[in-house]
Ligand binder design. Structure first.
Ligand code: FAD
Length: 631
C-alpha cells in the first residue's frame, strides 16, 4: 500500500503547550508547519494542569522578580538545573503569560484587575497565574485559538486555511528519519518522521528538515501515575533512536498527593493548590507531620510551629511558610515515611484536609475541579471531610539534552521542548514551572527550528532504506501471535513502581534491570491480534519499545547516581553529595538497542547568577573547587 507523504519545513510532534507554542512560532517565522499528535487535538496532557503557570509578574507581591524565581527554581532542583535554562525561564515566563492574555486567555484577577497569582510549593511569593484549577485547559484553548487565527490569516493570503499550519490528529510517530547519507549513528541530519493513523492503521511520512519533539512524559511505565495513556515516553525514545542524548533520567517526580481510593482512580492528581490555599496534611493520629520533615537546607525558610504556618496565609511578610509547601520531593518522601511507619490512612495514604480550613463556598470557588473529582470518583465531599492522598508518578525531569537558547538536540534538525526535554528543572521541578517552561521553551524551539531551516544549504533527503525499516518494524507485531502486550506492559509497570520508585536501593534497581532485559526479549515476540484498523493492542505493542528503552535509562542512571537528590532517593546513599551535583548522567543508544550511560560535568554557573545567592547557601550544594573558582 502507498504511504501517504507530506512535505513541511517544520514538523512538531505533540500538541500540548510546548508543541502548540513551538508550532505557532515556526509559522510566525514563515515556515510551513505540521502539528502531529497521537491523541485528539486539544486532549494533550497540558489540559490536565490545574494549579497554574509560574511567572514572576509581581502582581500579588511586588517583591517578586525574575531573580527570586531563578533562585527558587535552582533551589527546587537542588542546583542540578541547567542554569541557563533556569535563567531564560525566569526572565521570559512573565512575557509569555502576558502574550497568552493578549491572545485571549482569561486568567483569574486580583481585586485591582491584574492577573491573580497563587502560592505553590517552593515559590517564595504568590506566582502562579491561574484559571481556578483549570489553568491547562485555558492555556490549550488559547493556543488553539491562536492557531485558528493564523489559519484565518493564511486563508486571506493564500486561499487555504492549512497552507502554513496543519494539524494531523490521532496520528502516532514511530520513527524519526535522517538524511540518506547517514541513516545510522548520531551524525546526519533529520529529514522527516514516519508514523501511522490510529483509526486506519495506514502509514504516513513527513518529509521535513526540522522536527520539534514535544511529546511530554513517561508516566505509563509506572502503575500509579497521574499521567494519561499517551505518556509512553515516545519522544524520549525517538530522540535516543535518532542518536540524541537523554540527561537526568534518574529524576522522576512523585507528586505527593494523588488519589489513593478507589483503586480505579488511584494516582489521579490532587492539585497542590489545595495546600497552597490552606489545606494541611495529617497522619492517622491527627498530627500535622510535615513539621517533623523540614530538611536542614530549608530550616530557615519554613515555619516550625502550626501557629506561624497558619499566620503566613494572611501575613507573608512576617511569617515563614508552612512545611506542607516544601518542594514536592520532600513532601512525597514524608508521606511515604508516615505510611511505612504505620500512621497512614485506611487506604494507605495520609489525610489532606481543607474542609476545616476554609468555608465550603470558598472551597467550591477556588477548587471546583477537585470538589467535582472527589464527589464523582470517590463519593467524598471535600468541603466536609478530608481526602486520602499518597505519592503518584507525575513528571520526569529527565529528557532530551538540548541547547538552552534554541532547543536544539545533538542531531542536526532535531529540537525538543516541554516535558520531553531535560535540564531546566534539575533534580526536581517546582509546581507551576512546567506550564511556563512549555511557553518559554516551546517558543524558543519553534524559533530555533525556523532559523535552522533558514540556514540550511540544501534539504536533507529521506532515505528509502529507513522508511522500509520503519514500516517493517511497525508491522511486525501484527505478523506474530506471541506474547500479550498488556501482560508485558503490566510487568514493566509493576517492576518500575516497586523497584525503581520513590525510594531506591542498588539491589532492587539491579533486579529491575534484569527484568527489563528479559522484557526487551519478550517485546520482540509480542503479537497483536486483529488488523491495522483501530487496534489498541497493536498500538501498545509499538509503545512498549519506547517504555522499555526509557525505563532502562531511568534504572541505569538511578543505579549509577550514588546520592539522594530531588526526584532520586537512594536508601543506601541518603545524603546529597556536591561531587555528584556537578555531574549529569547522559544516556544514549549507539547501536539502537543497548543503553549506555556516561558522566558529564556541568559548566560552572555564570558569575552574575552565582552572585544572586548567599554564599552560605551555596556551600550546602557546591564543591569547594566550585566555590573557589567563582570567588
Ligand atoms: P503534553 O501536553 O502531554 O503533550 C504531549 C503531546 O504529544 C500530546 O499531544 C500527545 O498526543 C503527543 N504525542 C506523544 N507521543 C506522540 C507520538 N509518538 N506521536 C505523535 N504525538 C505524540 N504543570 C504546571 O506547571 N502547573 C500545573 O498546575 C500542573 N498540573 C498538572 C496536573 C496534572 C494532572 C498533570 C498530569 C500534570 C500537571 N502539570 C502541571 C505538568 C504539566 O501539565 C505537563 O508537564 C505539561 O503539560 C507537559 O506538556 P507538553 O507540551 O510537554 O506535553
Amino acid at each position: 500500500m502507498e504511504i501517504e507523504r507530506h512535505e513541511y519545513d517544520v514538523v512538531v510532534i505533540g500538541a500540548g503547550g510546548a508543541g502548540l507554542r513551538a508550532a505557532i512560532e515556526a509559522r510566525q517565522q514563515g515556515k510551513r508547519t505540521a502539528i502531529v499528535c497521537k491523541s485528539l487535538f486539544g486532549k494533550a496532557h497540558t489540559v490536565m494542569a490545574e494549579g497554574g503557570a509560574a511567572a514572576a509578574m509581581g502582581n500579588v507581591n511586588s517583591d517578586d522578580n525574575w531573580m527570586v524565581h531563578f533562585r527558587d527554581t535552582m533551589r527546587g532542583g537542588k542546583f542540578l538545573n541547567n542554569w541557563r535554562m533556569a535563567e531564560l525561564h525566569a526572565k521570559e515566563a512573565a512575557d509569555r503569560v502576558w502574550e497568552l492574555e493578549a491572545w485571549g486567555a482569561l486568567f483569574d484577577r486580583t481585586k485591582d484587575g491584574k492577573i491573580s497569582q497563587r502560592n505553590f510549593g517552593g515559590h517564595e511569593y504568590p506566582r502562579l497565574a491561574h484559571v481556578g484549577d483549570r489553568t491547562g485547559l485555558e492555556l490549550i484553548r488559547t493556543l488553539q485559538q491562536r492557531v485558528v487565527a493564523l489559519q484565518q490569516e493564511d486563508y486571506e493570503t493564500h486561499g487555504d486555511y492549512e497552507a502554513y499550519i496543519k494539524v494531523f490528529q490521532e496520528c502516532t510517530v514511530t520513527r524519526l528519519l535522517k538524511d540518506a547519507s547517514s541513516v545510522h549513528g548520531p551524525a546526519g541530519a533529520i529529514s522527516g518522521a514516519f508514523g501511522y493513523w490510529r483509526e486506519t492503521g495506514n502509514f504516513i511520512l513527513f518529509d521535513a528538515p526540522a522536527v520539534v519533539l514535544a511529546t511530554g512524559g513517561i508516566g505509563k511505565s509506572y502503575v500509579v501515575t497521574s499521567n494519561s495513556w499517551e505518556y509512553t515516553g515516545d519522544g524520549h525514545a525517538l530522540a535516543l533512536l535518532a542518536g540524541a542524548n537523554l540527561i537526568n533520567m534518574e529524576f522522576i517526580q512523585f507528586h505527593p498527593t494523588g488519589m489513593v481510593w478507589p483503586p480505579s482512580v488511584r494516582g489521579i492528581l490532587v492539585t497542590e493548590s489545595v495546600r497552597g490555599d490552606g489545606g494541611v496534611l495529617r497522619n492517622s493520629e491527627g498530627k500535622r507531620f510535615m513539621f517533623d520533615y523540614i530538611p536542614d537546607v530549608f530550616k530557615d525558610k519554613y515555619a516550625t510551629t502550626e501557629e506561624e504556618g497558619d499566620r503566613w496565609y494572611t501575613d507573608q511578610a512576617n511569617n515563614r511558610r508552612p512545611p506542607e509547601l516544601l518542594p514536592r520531593d520532600e513532601v512525597a518522601r514524608a508521606i511515604n515515611a508516615e505510611v511505612k511507619a504505620g500512621r497512614g490512612s485506611p487506604q494507605g495514604g495520609v489525610f489532606l484536609d481543607v474542609s476545616t480550613r476554609l468555608p465550603a463556598e470558598e472551597i467550591k470557588r477556588r477548587l471546583p475541579s477537585m470538589h467535582h473529582q472527589f464527589k464523582e470518583l470517590a463519593d467524598v465531599d471535600i468541603t466536609a471531610e478530608p481526602m486520602q492522598v499518597g505519592p503518584t508518578c507525575h513528571y520526569i525531569m529527565g529528557g532530551v539534552e538540548v541547547d538552552a537558547d534554541t532547543g536544539a538536540a545533538a542531531v542536526p534538525g532535531l529540537f525538543a521542548a516541554g516535558e520531553v526535554s531535560g535540564g531546566m528543572h534539575g533534580s526536581n521541578r517546582l509546581g507551576g514551572n512546567s506550564l511556563s517552561d512549555l511557553l518559554v521553551f516551546g517558543r524558543r524551539a519553534g524559533l530555533g527550528a525556523a532559523e535552522y531551516v533558514n540556514a540550511l544549504p540544501a534539504r536533507p533527503a529521506v532515505a528509502q532504506e529507513s522508511v522500509d525499516a520503519a514500516k517493517a518494524e511497525a508491522l511486525a507485531p501484527l505478523e506474530r501471535s506471541g506474547e500479550n502486550p498488556y501482560e508485558v506492559h503490566h510487568e514493566l509497570q509493576r517492576t518500575m513502581n516497586d523497584l525503581v520508585g520513590i525510594i531506591r536501593k542498588a539491589e532492587e534497581v539491579s533486579e529491575a534491570l534484569e527484568v527489563v532485559e528479559k522484557l526487551k526479549e519478550r517485546v520482540e515476540l509480542v503479537g497483536a491480534a486483529g488488523s491495522r484498523i483501530y487496534n489498541p493492542g497493536w498500538h501498545l505493542a509499538l509503545d512498549l519499545r519506547n517504555m522499555l528503552l526509557v525505563s532502562e535509562c531511568v534504572a541505569r542512571a538511578a543505579l549509577l547516581r550514588q546520592e539522594s537528590r530531588g526526584g532520586h532517593t537512594r536508601d543506601d546513599f541518603p545524603g546529597m553529595n556536591p561531587e555528584w551535583r556537578r555531574k549529569l548522567l547522559v544516556c544514549a543508544t549507539p547501536d539502537g538497542a543497548a543503553v549506555t550511560v556516561e558522566e558529564k560535568v556541568q559548566p560552572p554557573m555564570r558569575k552574575d547568577l552565582f552572585d544572586l545567592f548567599d554564599l552560605g547557601e551555596l556551600k550546602k550544594y557546591l564543591t569547594e573547587e566550585e566555590l573557589g573558582n567563582a570567588e
